[in-house]
Design a protein around this ligand. Sequence first.
Ligand code: 4NP
Length: 145
Amino acid sequence: MKILMVCLGNICRSPLAHGVMEHLVKQEGLNWEIESAGTGGYHIGAKPDHRSIKIAKLNGIDISGQQARKFNVNDFDAFDYIFVMDKQNYKDVIALAKNEEQKNKVKLFLDDDNVPDPYYDDELFEPVSQMITTQCAKLLKQLKS
Ligand code: 4NP
Protein backbone atom coordinates (compact mmCIF):
# COMPACT_ATOMS: atom_id res chain seq x y z
CA MET A 1 0.00 0.00 0.00
CA LYS A 2 1.30 3.44 -0.94
CA ILE A 3 -0.28 6.53 0.59
CA LEU A 4 0.41 10.17 -0.24
CA MET A 5 -0.56 12.98 2.16
CA VAL A 6 -1.08 16.35 0.47
CA CYS A 7 -1.50 19.95 1.67
CA LEU A 8 -0.58 23.35 0.21
CA GLY A 9 2.99 23.92 1.32
CA ASN A 10 4.04 20.42 2.44
CA ILE A 11 5.62 21.95 5.52
CA CYS A 12 2.85 22.02 8.19
CA ARG A 13 -0.06 19.57 7.85
CA SER A 14 0.95 16.86 5.38
CA PRO A 15 4.38 16.29 7.01
CA LEU A 16 2.54 15.62 10.28
CA ALA A 17 0.12 13.21 8.59
CA HIS A 18 3.08 11.58 6.81
CA GLY A 19 5.03 11.16 10.06
CA VAL A 20 2.09 9.97 12.15
CA MET A 21 0.89 7.45 9.56
CA GLU A 22 4.42 6.14 9.04
CA HIS A 23 4.77 5.72 12.81
CA LEU A 24 1.48 3.85 13.09
CA VAL A 25 2.11 1.49 10.17
CA LYS A 26 5.55 0.65 11.57
CA GLN A 27 3.97 -0.11 14.95
CA GLU A 28 1.61 -2.50 13.17
CA GLY A 29 4.51 -4.15 11.37
CA LEU A 30 3.07 -3.21 7.98
CA ASN A 31 5.29 -2.61 4.99
CA TRP A 32 3.35 0.37 3.65
CA GLU A 33 5.00 3.38 2.05
CA ILE A 34 3.91 6.83 3.15
CA GLU A 35 4.97 10.10 1.53
CA SER A 36 3.76 13.68 1.41
CA ALA A 37 3.67 16.55 -1.08
CA GLY A 38 2.31 20.07 -1.54
CA THR A 39 0.11 21.49 -4.28
CA GLY A 40 2.27 24.64 -4.17
CA GLY A 41 5.99 24.78 -4.86
CA TYR A 42 6.98 27.60 -2.49
CA HIS A 43 8.85 25.41 -0.03
CA ILE A 44 10.41 22.74 -2.26
CA GLY A 45 13.41 21.18 -0.50
CA ALA A 46 12.57 22.69 2.90
CA LYS A 47 12.21 20.63 6.03
CA PRO A 48 8.89 20.81 7.89
CA ASP A 49 7.92 24.00 9.75
CA HIS A 50 9.63 24.12 13.16
CA ARG A 51 6.20 24.11 14.88
CA SER A 52 5.23 20.84 13.15
CA ILE A 53 8.61 19.32 14.01
CA LYS A 54 8.10 20.35 17.64
CA ILE A 55 4.60 18.98 18.04
CA ALA A 56 5.52 15.70 16.34
CA LYS A 57 8.51 15.36 18.67
CA LEU A 58 6.22 15.81 21.69
CA ASN A 59 4.39 12.74 20.40
CA GLY A 60 7.63 10.80 19.95
CA ILE A 61 7.82 11.20 16.17
CA ASP A 62 10.80 12.70 14.34
CA ILE A 63 9.76 14.40 11.10
CA SER A 64 12.83 16.65 10.83
CA GLY A 65 14.34 14.58 8.02
CA GLN A 66 11.45 15.20 5.64
CA GLN A 67 11.88 17.47 2.61
CA ALA A 68 9.03 19.33 0.95
CA ARG A 69 8.20 18.47 -2.62
CA LYS A 70 5.47 19.45 -5.04
CA PHE A 71 2.68 17.11 -6.07
CA ASN A 72 3.09 15.98 -9.67
CA VAL A 73 0.99 13.97 -12.13
CA ASN A 74 3.14 10.84 -11.73
CA ASP A 75 1.86 10.64 -8.14
CA PHE A 76 -1.54 9.50 -9.42
CA ASP A 77 -0.07 6.23 -10.65
CA ALA A 78 2.57 5.87 -7.94
CA PHE A 79 0.09 5.89 -5.01
CA ASP A 80 -3.00 3.89 -4.07
CA TYR A 81 -4.52 6.72 -2.03
CA ILE A 82 -3.95 10.46 -2.11
CA PHE A 83 -5.31 12.13 1.02
CA VAL A 84 -5.71 15.90 0.79
CA MET A 85 -5.95 18.14 3.85
CA ASP A 86 -8.59 20.57 2.58
CA LYS A 87 -11.12 21.22 -0.16
CA GLN A 88 -8.87 23.64 -2.03
CA ASN A 89 -6.15 20.96 -2.13
CA TYR A 90 -8.84 18.61 -3.46
CA LYS A 91 -9.72 20.99 -6.30
CA ASP A 92 -6.07 21.58 -7.16
CA VAL A 93 -5.20 17.88 -7.27
CA ILE A 94 -8.36 16.82 -9.10
CA ALA A 95 -7.66 19.47 -11.75
CA LEU A 96 -4.51 17.54 -12.68
CA ALA A 97 -6.19 14.12 -12.93
CA LYS A 98 -6.46 12.62 -16.41
CA ASN A 99 -9.20 10.06 -15.81
CA GLU A 100 -11.72 8.71 -13.31
CA GLU A 101 -9.30 6.14 -11.93
CA GLN A 102 -6.91 8.92 -10.94
CA LYS A 103 -9.73 11.08 -9.54
CA ASN A 104 -11.00 8.19 -7.44
CA LYS A 105 -7.68 7.92 -5.63
CA VAL A 106 -8.07 11.44 -4.22
CA LYS A 107 -9.89 11.65 -0.87
CA LEU A 108 -10.36 14.33 1.74
CA PHE A 109 -8.22 13.26 4.71
CA LEU A 110 -11.07 14.15 7.10
CA ASP A 111 -14.18 12.57 5.71
CA ASP A 112 -16.03 15.79 5.01
CA ASP A 113 -14.02 18.59 6.55
CA ASN A 114 -10.86 20.64 6.19
CA VAL A 115 -7.79 20.26 8.34
CA PRO A 116 -7.32 23.99 9.08
CA ASP A 117 -4.14 25.57 7.79
CA PRO A 118 -2.05 26.42 10.88
CA TYR A 119 0.67 28.36 9.03
CA TYR A 120 -0.46 31.78 10.26
CA ASP A 121 -1.72 30.68 13.68
CA ASP A 122 0.60 29.07 16.23
CA GLU A 123 -2.39 28.05 18.35
CA LEU A 124 -3.66 25.72 15.64
CA PHE A 125 -0.73 23.28 15.68
CA GLU A 126 -1.95 21.46 18.77
CA PRO A 127 -5.55 20.83 17.58
CA VAL A 128 -4.34 20.09 14.05
CA SER A 129 -1.88 17.53 15.41
CA GLN A 130 -4.64 15.89 17.46
CA MET A 131 -7.00 15.81 14.49
CA ILE A 132 -4.33 14.26 12.31
CA THR A 133 -3.35 11.64 14.89
CA THR A 134 -6.96 10.57 15.46
CA GLN A 135 -7.73 10.40 11.74
CA CYS A 136 -4.54 8.50 10.85
CA ALA A 137 -5.50 5.78 13.35
CA LYS A 138 -9.01 5.64 11.91
CA LEU A 139 -7.80 5.47 8.30
CA LEU A 140 -5.26 2.80 9.12
CA LYS A 141 -7.95 0.65 10.66
CA GLN A 142 -10.22 1.15 7.62
CA LEU A 143 -7.53 0.49 5.05
CA LYS A 144 -6.23 -2.60 6.83
CA SER A 145 -9.59 -4.34 6.69
P1 4NP B 1 0.65 23.58 4.88
O1 4NP B 1 0.73 25.08 5.43
O2 4NP B 1 -0.14 23.64 3.59
O3 4NP B 1 -0.07 22.85 5.96
O4 4NP B 1 2.08 23.15 4.68
C1 4NP B 1 1.19 26.16 4.67
C2 4NP B 1 2.52 26.40 4.58
C3 4NP B 1 2.99 27.47 3.86
C4 4NP B 1 2.09 28.32 3.23
C5 4NP B 1 0.74 28.07 3.32
C6 4NP B 1 0.28 26.99 4.03
N1 4NP B 1 2.57 29.45 2.51
O5 4NP B 1 1.72 30.23 2.03
O6 4NP B 1 3.78 29.62 2.39
